[in-house]
Design a binder for this molecule. Structure first.
Ligand SMILES: Cc1cc2nc3c(=O)[nH]c(=O)nc-3n(C[C@H](O)[C@H](O)[C@H](O)COP(=O)(O)OP(=O)(O)OC[C@H]3O[C@@H](n4cnc5c(N)ncnc54)[C@H](O)[C@@H]3O)c2cc1C
Length: 374
């Protein structure tokens, strides 16, 4: 029987829910503490690569994800300007294995709902409105104190609480995300029939203009620019003005923007905790431990992989000592660093207008890394 009888997980994002499901399936009592009031993930769409899909298949939720999302295997490169000339259509590497698509776009709340239901069916308790404020650590467990005064005790606690992790700070890790210099506008809109894969347009007023289908009727579109303080209220108008430089499906996207589509703006950030991702009986995973700008769309995959590896180690541990968490970190650190550094490098090349940029070489290295199952 695993040494950990009761595990607390802070955060019901992709990483927290994958971990909750794996542990609950193994008979461990799991409580997920989530500060938001329900299973509604912020943001619009998400692009999931094959290595994320492989983890979802292992959890048994792949059929449902495939039904809700939009799968595709190619990437288009198009030129800015009214013609939107297709410069190339590249075969994407199926990094999750030949029997899974290379990429799947999805509406974030649909993904959150599927993973939450799966975790609950496994027996995990997901508590909403439970914002963790502070931790105290003991030799044989961890106590979490909530903003509302609630107190919970666990054998182990995992911080899956995202970029601005309080758990990370509570265990004395001071590394934090830094801005990389880019900002992204995203809009969730109706899918024109001609959008059947992601196309990227390099050049024009944005570093990247792109879109990703997320279901039969939906897609999200994005524009990456120099980071600046933007007023979200002006989002649709600003995004429509930038989008005027792009043709093809952008003509219809622009009409949605002019009609006030839902738009948000986010700064790109990055960090990686350089030492072990734990202290005593508390460990970190996903964005709490490392984050990358979404230039390669690997953040959710990395969180899901972390969760899967951490679950293996917790389930296998017949007694708990720090080596359980150390082994997890040793299995994850280099792979996560490869993805984080490549994601940052891609952005830096664009910011520097670097003639040295070897984008195909870099993408090949990332694919060679993440194609190996964890
Ligand atoms: C603009 C943008 C676009 C992106 N696009 C993609 C993409 O296309 N593909 C991709 O793979 N990745 C993408 N990412 C990255 C991806 O969203 C993250 O890497 C991924 O969501 C990390 O998952 P996580 O479970 O670690 O954390 P999160 O998904 O951030 O979940 C953390 C959870 O913890 C909760 N929480 C936080 N603090 C507390 C607290 N104190 N108490 C209780 N709960 C708490 C939060 O409410 C949240 O639900 C993008 C990121 C950005 C910024």
């Amino acid at each position: 029987m695993p040494a950990a009888q009761k595990v607390g997980i802070v955060g019901a994002g992709v990483g927290g829910l994958v971990l909750a499901t794996r542990l609950a399936d193994a008979g461990i009592e799991v409580e997920v503490l989530e500060k938001s009031s329900g299973a509604t993930a912020l943001g619009s769409g998400i692009t999931l690569q094959g290595n994320a899909l492989r983890i979802f298949r292992e959890l048994g939720v792949w059929p449902e994800i495939l039904r809700k999302g939009y799968a595709f295997d190619t990437l288009g490169l198009r030129a800015p300007g009214p013609e939107a000339t297709v410069l190339a259509v590249l075969d994407d590497v199926r990094v999750g294995g030949e029997d899974l698509p290379a990429t799947l776009g999805m509406f974030r709340p649909d993904l959150a709902a599927i993973l939450t239901e799966r975790a609950r069916n496994a027996g995990a308790v997901v508590c909403y409105g439970a914002s963790v404020n502070s931790l105290s650590r003991h030799d044989d467990g961890v106590t979490a104190r909530l903003d509302d005064g609630g107190v919970r005790h666990y054998d182990l606690l995992v911080g899956a609480d995202g970029l601005n992790s309080r758990v990370r700070a509570a265990i004395g890790i001071t590394e934090r995300p830094r801005r990389t210099g880019m900002g992204i506008w995203r809009a969730f809109v109706a899918r024109p029939d001609e959008v059947t894969r992601t196309d990227l347009y390099y050049g024009g007023p944005a570093y990247i203009a792109g879109y990703c289908p997320t279901g039969p009727d939906t897609m999200y579109a994005y524009l990456v620019e120099d980071a600046q303080e933007r007023n979200p209220q002006e989002g649709p108008a600003v995004m429509a003005a930038l989008a005027a430089a792009y043709g093809g499906p952008w003509n219809e996207i622009r009409r949605h923007l002019e009609n006030g589509a839902n738009v948000n703006y986010t700064h790109f950030t990055t960090h990686i905790v350089s030492g072990p991702w734990h202290s005593g009986r508390v460990a970190l995973l996903g964005d709490a431990a490392h984050s990358c700008p979404p230039t390669i769309a690997q953040g959710a995959a990395m969180a899901a992989e972390d969760a899967s590896v951490l679950a293996d180690e917790i389930i296998a541990a017949m007694e708990f000592d720090e080596d359980v968490f150390r082994r997890y970190w040793q299995r994850r650190a280099e792979r996560a660093r490869t993805v984080v550094e490549a994601s940052v490098q891609l952005g830096d090349w664009m910011l520097d207008h670097s003639p040295e940029a070897d984008v195909p070489g870099l993408m090949h290295r990332v694919a060679e890394t993440v194609i190996v199952p964890v």
